[in-house]
Design a protein around this ligand. Structure first.
Ligand code: ZN
Length: 258
């Protein structure tokens, strides 16, 4: 699944304002593609060109303005020369409403990922495995979107035996990749936080449920990854009240509910 966005009408104060700020004011401080929290800054993206938007918002550009993180912007700009077609990637501001997501185009999986690097002589280093949460696409458009934004990082590959691996350039430890492109690591952290929240809710006595829901809300606010929270909590609890908390979270501005 992905967070479906409802674009609000253009407002006069948007004209000439910082485009990243305008995008945040409409959709919250989260990347529209990978959904991470944008605590390191917001990039304004033009969905029509696939490139960075003009620094100042304009009415003519409003229908294509979305907030992205620096890594999703870099991936999109690298892919923008490719012939992606008009509908090759899903746009979250045109995605189906959340209620229609019976067969979501995206799902998240926590899987072992082989880390393969090369030492300075070019020899493969000893393999290591880390647990990471990857996004899988189930429609051609979803697969295209994962590719366009490199949502599993540009280093992710599927190996000949169908496994997942991160192929790191020579001399690049995984922690350097995580520092440069923290999307996988932070998505995995959000997954773990969502599982802990689900456990707390499942175990909460009636009098403790409010506190568990409040804690869940704080976790969502500061980690991002709305869809990861939605998937984990729904799969674990199938609780409409919890799902409504996720759907209506006040930090996630512009979530389209129906
Ligand atoms: Zn992103």
């Amino acid at each position: 699944m992905m967070r479906p966005l409802a674009r609000p009408p253009w407002e006069p104060w948007f004209e000439g304002a910082d485009a990243g700020l305008v995008a945040q004011s409409a959709f919250g401080r989260f990347c529209a593609a990978c959904e991470r929290h944008l605590n390191e800054g917001v990039e304004a993206w033009d969905a029509r060109t696939g490139r960075r938007a003009a620094a100042r918002a304009t009415a003519s550009g409003w229908d294509d303005l979305l907030p992205l993180c620096v890594n999703c912007l870099a991936a999109s700009e690298a892919a923008a020369g490719a012939d992606l077609g008009d509908d090759a990637g899903l746009r979250p501001d045109r995605a189906a409403p959340f209620a229609d997501a019976a067969a979501p185009p995206f799902t998240y999986v926590s899987v072992p990922v082989a880390v393969r690097g090369a030492d300075e002589a070019g020899d493969a280093s000893a393999p290591a495995t880390v647990e990471r949460v990857l996004v899988r696409g189930h429609t051609p458009a979803a697969v295209a979107m994962i590719g366009r934004f490199a949502l599993n990082t540009p280093h992710h590959v599927v190996t000949s035996d169908g496994g997942d691996a991160l192929l790191l350039p020579a001399g690049t430890p995984l922690r350097l990749l995580d520092a440069y492109d923290p999307r996988l690591e932070r998505r995995t952290e959000a997954w773990v936080d969502a599982e802990i929240a689900a456990d707390a809710l499942a175990a909460a006595p009636p009098g403790g449920r409010g506190a568990a829901l409040r804690s869940l809300g704080w976790g969502m606010r500061f980690t991002g990854f709305w869809s990861v929270w939605a998937q984990v909590l729904w799969d674990r609890l199938q609780d409409d009240e919890v799902l409504a908390r996720v759907r209506d979270h006040p930090a996630y501005l512009g979530t389209r509910a129906a």
